[in-house]
Design a protein around this ligand. Structure first.
Ligand code: URA
Length: 439
């Protein structure tokens, strides 16, 4: 078999065989296929698409490309969640400790930032000493011991995704439904969870813009997971404006902690609660989403969810008192400035794509593979869709590493805001909840 032939086949829209897909994934892991050929293949797959069978087989080959959590290695139910990526999406940092504090085990394999969207692994890196490169043994042991772990795809866990994900990020091949589905589901299958809840974002700042495409993506992933014997659900949620108010890395960790302590922004809490409630129902820990929500609200109020994040940070090498004094540890960019409203009106747009690009430009995301991200830069939104503003009112605070970066960020950010003279209804963040098997 020859890689050039596979690239040509895909370029011409021909379906690959099982053996060809396995050959490709083997070459990804062994390093025998160089980046330029992989990049060409990814572009061909992105433009031509992959069929359902090809996507399923690519997912399984990627899941099996490294070690996998054996069924039964962690007592069930083991829950996992995954987002297709957004701007300001720190939901994992809320849901994982929340569910663990509610008594279910959460084994989470996460990714780094992708395109203009942030990634949990980068956010966690802003906690000094915290490791996400857990070995399979460490991952399993930690979930057994404290009920939760968050690890990155690595040379041991889903190595095919670790390499393809990093290449897609810098080759404009991120927004392809089969490539997203196989990347997400390979990690979920290898992570060993029997209950998986997906958060499929749609809108300006999502990898998938249209609700109908998000639904197709969700259905594709539900089918892959169900066929692999997992209990699956997906929520569709809007990413037209950033989720919450913080966008960056360290500042998103801070906002997630605020949410766990009961003071988070309502849209972040809505998404986190719905994912956690659906997971509790699928795990047979609650009879209805309402019952699950009640229980989760009690867990949040008790402070146990915040304590659980503290335990996870300690278990993964972070400071022992991180949850008590996060500001002592989280990096902060040295230069700050505010964007102010130029006119009176009601905010009718906070373009999540534009905000994500601004955060990336500040250094919170990557333009080149392996580029280090600046963990202390980012922005805080003081106004969101539906808010009434007066001239001069702060719309956002930008945290930058230099005055020049601040200047260009403020100019670009001003294009993210739109206004109207008449009142604007704040949009709903939750669009739908799909259970596997739903028509
Ligand atoms: N999250 C992933 O893990 N992979 C993707 O391709 C997109 C979001």
């Amino acid at each position: 078999m020859n890689v050039v032939d596979l690239i040509r086949k895909k370029r011409d829209g021909v379906e690959l065989t099982t053996a060809e897909i396995r050959f490709l994934v083997d070459g990804v892991c062994s390093g025998q296929i160089p980046d330029y050929q992989l990049a060409a293949f990814l572009m061909a797959a992105c433009c031509r698409g992959l069929g359902r069978r090809e996507t399923m087989e690519l997912t399984l080959a990627m899941a099996e490309s490294g070690e996998q959590v054996r069924p039964g290695a962690i007592p069930p139910p083991v829950v996992d969640k995954h987002s297709t990526g957004g701007v300001g999406d720190k939901v994992t940092l809320v849901v994982v400790p929340l569910l663990a504090a509610a008594g279910v085990r959460v084994a989470k394999l996460s990714g780094r930032g992708l395109g203009h969207t942030g990634g949990t692994v980068d956010k966690l890196q802003s906690i000094p000493g915290l490791r996400t490169d857990l070995s399979l043994g460490e991952f399993v042991q930690q979930v057994r011991r404290i009920g939760a772990a968050i690890a990155a795809a690595s040379t041991e866990l889903v190595p095919a995704d670790a390499r393809l994900y990093a290449l897609r990020d810098v080759t404009a091949t991120v927004d392809s439904l089969p490539l997203i589905a196989s990347s997400v589901m390979a990690k979920k299958l290898a992570g060993g969870a029997d209950v998986i809840v997906l958060d499929v974002k749609h809108g300006r700042g999502a990898l998938v813009q249209e609700v109908e495409d998000a639904r197709r993506l969700a259905e594709l992933m539900l089918e892959i997971g169900t066929r692999a014997g997992r209990r699956m659900a997906a929520i569709l949620s809007s990413m037209d404006q950033p989720l919450g108010r913080a966008v960056g890395n360290a500042n998103e960790v801070e906002e997630a902690i605020a949410c766990l302590k009961g003071g988070g922004p309502p849209d972040l809490e809505d998404v986190a609660m719905q994912i956690a409630a659906v997971a509790l129902c699928l795990g047979k820990e609650a009879r209805s989403v309402e019952e699950a929500r009640d229980r989760l609200r009690g867990v949040l109020r008790s402070g146990r969810a915040a304590e659980k994040l503290g335990a996870l940070v300690r278990a993964q090498g972070g400071p022992v008192d991180f949850l008590e004094v996060p500001q002592r540890y989280l990096p902060k960019a040295p230069v700050r400035g505010q964007l102010r409203a130029s006119r009176a009106g009601y905010v009718d747009a906070v373009d999540a794509l534009q905000v994500g690009e601004v955060a990336c430009g500040l250094g919170a995301g990557r333009r080149l593979r392996g580029q280090p991200v600046d963990l202390g830069v980012g922005l805080e939104l003081h106004a969101k869709i539906g808010d009434r503003v007066v001239p001069g009112q702060p719309l956002a605070t930008v945290h930058a590493r230099s005055a020049a970066d601040l200047e260009s960020a403020l100019t670009a950010l001003s294009c993210a805001f739109g206004y109207r003279n008449s009142p604007v209804q704040p949009p709903r963040v939750l669009t739908a909840t799909l259970l596997a098997g739903d028509p």
